[in-house]
Design a protein around this ligand. Structure first.
Ligand code: FAD
Ligand code: NAP
Length: 324
């Protein structure tokens, strides 16, 4: 028989945003449930060294950090459940969510922390190059390529920002774009073209990530001029794919406001979505920063707002009873 689990606050997602929301909610006595999804611990479990999460002088490992967040959340009273939500009904309270396991979850408030995934070029050689020079996050990994040649693939705001950021570490940055004009905002383009450390390779597509040496590491990219078909090599030790992100918002289409890029819309400066009692935090609502610490920060905001929302509900219900 399928089970029904009831809670005051359900957190959907177990990345830094989800676990931080759970820690705050649990400490407020809300006994939250975290539904972990198919990637328990979120994106940081796919990386190794993390050097920019505050509080650690020495380099820490992404999977370890997420184990610690989970342990902290459980220690203060969170129930974590390994399930993947496939259906959501936000039309009335309590909100209802259905998991792969067959369990139905009924919750007074919902914190959505389902994250986003970087888009990749989907080349077989790219898969092999991940962790050996191919990255989708310059802020996270740029530091590891200081003094080395690097390349960025893409022509939007993210690609241009990543190229500019990388000049903090490298004097030789090549931006590879498949067309002859950028999609990025003019102001970013101006900064890019004015930076002597960056050159742009127009009309080129990446065909292959080339690895060499022992242990194997990226030595370059085989690229093709999409107009002439001519093939050449861009030498680089780091290649940053910046062709967009896909936020995990499929479940909420038609129920919550979603922007043109697929991110959950929130009231500016808050985690409040278009439905009272439903809050969003982390990469699923943030297309600009996409960092563990910002995800954790907005997770905290979501839990604090959910707690206030529940307190207001409780107060309103008492007032109604008193008036009857
Ligand atoms: P995520 O970490 O993406 O977690 C999303 C969660 O939602 C997952 O647990 C998933 O299982 C769950 N979920 C999704 N859909 C469902 C569903 N239907 N049902 C149930 N659960 C669901 N940031 C840094 O600050 N420093 C770094 O060094 C750094 N390195 C990175 C390296 C790599 C390779 C990558 C990919 C990212 C890196 N980042 C880094 C970025 C950082 O990981 C993200 O900004 C952060 O993880 C976002 O947290 P989040 O909680 O919003 O979502
Ligand atoms: P984006 O605007 O969708 O740009 C993606 C870029 O990657 C495009 O130039 C696209 O080329 C290229 N691309 C896509 N698929 C490709 C493929 N398979 N091979 C090669 N190139 C490919 O994505 P984004 O830059 O991540 O930005 C997403 C949203 O966030 C945008 O709305 C952006 O404005 C916003 N954002 C804003 C800021 C800011 O305001 N500072 C910063 C970051 C992001 P084409 O141009 O040919 O399509």
């Amino acid at each position: 028989m399928s089970e029904i689990k009831k809670t005051k606050l359900l957190v959907l997602g177990s990345g830094p945003a989800g676990y931080t929301a759970a820690i705050y909610a649990a400490r407020a006595g809300l006994k939250p449930i975290v539904v972990q999804g198919i990637q328990p611990g979120g994106q940081l479990t796919t990386t190794t060294d993390v050097e920019n999460y505050p509080g650690f002088r020495d380099v820490i490992q992404g999977p370890w950090l997420m184990e610690e967040m989970k342990a902290q959340a459980e220690h203060v009273g969170t129930e974590t459940i390994w399930d993947h939500i496939t259906e959501v009904d936000l039309s009335k309270r309590p909100f209802r969510l259905t998991g792969d396991s067959g369990t139905t979850y009924e919750t007074e408030t919902l914190v959505i922390a389902t994250g986003a995934q970087a888009k990749w070029l989907n080349l077989p050689s790219e898969e092999h190059a991940k962790g050996r020079g191919a990255s989708a996050c310059a802020t996270c990994d740029g530091f590891f390529y200081r003094g080395k040649k690097v390349a960025v693939i893409g022509g939007g705001n993210t690609a241009v920002e990543e190229a500019l950021y990388l000049t903090n570490h490298s004097d030789d940055v090549t931006l590879i774009h498949r067309r002859d004009e950028l999609r990025a905002e003019k102001i970013l383009q101006d900064r890019l073209f004015a930076n002597p450390k960056i050159k742009v390779l127009w009309d080129h597509a990446v065909d292959e990530f080339v690895l060499g040496g022992q242990p194997e590491a990226l030595v370059g990219l085989n690229v093709r001029n999409v107009k002439t078909g001519e093939v050449s090599r861009v030498e680089c030790e780091g290649a940053f794919v910046a062709i967009g992100h896909a936020p995990a918002t499929e479940l909420f289409k038609g129920q919550l406001a979603i922007d043109k890029d697929g991110y959950l819309e929130v009231e500016p400066g808050t985690p409040r979505t278009s439905i009272p009692g439903v809050f969003a935090c982390g990469d699923v609502m943030d297309k600009h920063y996409r960092q563990a610490v910002t995800a954790a920060g907005t997770g905290c905001m979501a839990a604090l707002d959910a707690e206030r929302y529940l307190a207001e509900l409780e107060f309103a219900e008492k007032e109604t009873v008193a008036a009857e």
